[in-house]
Design a protein around this ligand. Structure first.
Ligand code: FMN
Length: 182
């Protein structure tokens, strides 16, 4: 098998992420893992809204009442997981988040279509126990809309297509890359 080059793996990583955000190859979702205030890992699916390869930033949106918001406020470190079945590549991205409720998030709120705005703000709040499955109201609340900016610090690229290989890239090493036994 041809020896892969670090630079091509990095380019491929950001291309795959951009494809998810534009829903070209996947359903537009990623898996997010956080650690809650009881040190319990929590994984869930979120929609990848934007990708900025130049600054290594990914964005998703969430509700300020969600567990993940509280978890990330307590511990801003998270991991994003992507499995691209077509090319047999797993990406594990270590990230540090910035929870934004500012002028920029307000500007983005205005671009969220109204059917999607219902995802933000509920009464009782998301996560609360309710007496029946539909005993809640949606509030479409701008106050609960949070833009989560994920700054990528590490990329773990695992290829299982032909001969298995794995590479790790870290921001603190200027993304220079290391081969890892898979
Ligand atoms: C396909 C899919 C897409 C989702 N997208 C989002 C999203 O973009 N943002 C979000 O906060 N939750 C999203 N969710 C819901 C989360 O997975 C999770 O159930 C919810 O946010 C509650 O999380 P919490 O435990 O942090 O409160 C999505 C779920 C699915 C199945």
């Amino acid at each position: 098998m041809e020896h892969p080059a670090y630079v091509d793996l990095l380019t491929h990583t950001w291309d795959m992420l951009a494809d998810i955000a534009t829903t070209k190859t996947a359903s537009g979702t990623i898996t997010l893992a956080t650690v809650d205030t009881n040190d319990q890992p929590q994984a869930c699916v979120v929609v990848l809204r934007s990708v900025d390869p130049e600054h290594q930033i990914l964005q998703f949106h969430t509700d300020a009442d969600s567990l993940k918001f509280r978890s990330l406020r307590h511990n801003p470190k998270a991991q994003i997981l992507v499995w691209n079945e077509t090319v047999s590549i797993q990406l594990r991205l270590s990230v540090e988040v910035n929870l934004r409720q500012d002028a920029e998030s307000q500007a983005l709120w205005r671009q969220v279509p109204s059917p999607s705005q219902v995802a933000y703000g509920k009464h009782p709040a998301t996560g609360a126990v309710i007496s029946g499955p539909f005993d809640y109201r949606t509030l479409s609340s701008q106050d609960k809309f949070v833009v989560v900016e994920c700054h990528v610090t590490k990329i773990d690229y695992l290829s299982l297509k032909a001969e298995h290989f794995r590479a790790v890239f870290e921001k603190e090493d200027s993304w220079s890359g290391k081969w890892i036994s898979p």
